[in-house]
Design a protein around this ligand. Structure first.
Ligand SMILES: Cc1cc2nc3c(=O)[nH]c(=O)nc-3n(C[C@H](O)[C@H](O)[C@H](O)COP(=O)(O)O)c2cc1C
Length: 306
């Protein structure tokens, strides 16, 4: 029998648990030469701010052992372009859309989330963990009270729409911050954002990145991400979108076993732009080979009482 890849994520039915990680898949349309977007569980778009942002000075990406550093700095075309062009284009293609929201003030998060909800997105992801911006981002997600305030503002702006709070592990205890967000109305969490890092150009005797520091992603961070998913699932039992270094089906299964209901592919898209769809097909084959009836059988299954 064909295994059931469908998952229910905070009340949303997704055809499979494979999503895209914000900022690594543009607004989806850029990947159409490689991926039939409708096959994805959902497209999580690049973080959107009220006004267009140019991002940080170049160079903005560099490879590292088992990963990469980026300091893009939330470059995006701004709310109007996304809500009036990209979201309608994705909805026209019947793609499930999760909109990642960012801002420099709590009010900005609320305004952006409201308009994207009006534009018809299926869920909101709240980026309070970007390490590459001076205001908002990690500065908000490092503090339980501010995270709760952003969550409450976004919740008030979008009514019953699922709201996922995206956290990293550098802003304090991830369970405490997630708990504060849960109490303020979060539906679930996206774990994890990048870790801070630095690369040095020895010849120039300078940092490689124009912004000096960047965010580390890719397989190098997978154990950290699994750890965060494990802890938040264990303590809060709310839906989790797991991400950090996913490049193969085994990685997907590891995240599910730790407690993620869905996963997102980030840096892996840069190595193989068709990876998401390969993972969907590979997951189906792997479950069939193991006689597993559906994805939900795996979620949190590694948690045994000791
Ligand atoms: C180039 C790049 C840009 C990113 N931009 C965003 C962003 O705009 N918003 C966000 O929440 N996360 C952003 N991220 C973080 C990813 O969504 C993801 O959390 C992180 O890279 C870990 O997953 P990975 O190891 O599969 O890449 C970005 C990551 C990269 C590599």
């Amino acid at each position: 029998m064909k295994p059931d890849l469908m998952v229910e994520l905070a009340g949303l039915k997704l055809s499979n648990p494979i999503l895209t990680a914000s900022g690594t898949f543009g607004f989806g349309l850029e990947y159409e030469p490689y991926v039939n977007l409708r096959e994805l569980g959902a497209v999580v778009i690049k973080s959107v701010t009220l006004n267009p942002r140019q991002g940080n000075p170049p160079p903005r990406v560099t490879e590292t052992p088992a990963g990469m550093l980026n300091s893009v700095g939330l470059q995006n075309p701004g709310l109007a372009a996304v809500s009036e062009y990209y979201v309608p284009e994705l909805k026209r293609r019947k793609v499930k859309v999760f909109a990642s929201v960012a801002g420099e003030t709590i009010e900005e998060y609320g305004r952006v989330a409201y308009s994207l909800a009006e534009a018809g997105v299926d869920a909101i992801e709240v980026n309070v963990s970007c390490p590459n911006v001076a205001a908002g981002g990690l500065a908000f997600g490092s503090d339980p009270d501010t995270t709760a305030a952003v969550t409450a503002r976004v919740r008030a702006a979008v009514g019953n729409l699922p709201v996922f709070i995206k956290l990293g592990v550098m802003g304090g205890d991830v369970v405490e911050i997630a708990g504060a967000a849960a109490a303020a109305g979060a539906s679930g969490f996206s774990l994890i954002n990048t870790l801070p890092g630095l690369a040095i150009d020895v010849r120039a005797r300078r940092p490689v990145l124009g912004n000096i520091t960047g965010g580390l992603s890719g397989p190098a961070i997978k154990p950290v991400a699994l750890w965060a998913v494990w802890r938040v699932y264990k303590e809060l039992r709310l839906p989790i979108i797991g991400m950090g270094g996913i490049t193969c089906v085994q990685d997907v299964i590891e995240f599910l076993l730790c407690g993620a209901t869905a996963v997102a592919v980030g840096t892996g898209n840069f190595i193989n732009p068709g990876l998401t769809v390969e993972l969907i097909n590979g997951l189906e084959r792997a479950l069939a080979a193991e006689g597993i009836s559906g994805v939900s059988e795996l979620v949190g299954a590694a948690h045994v009482e000791r």
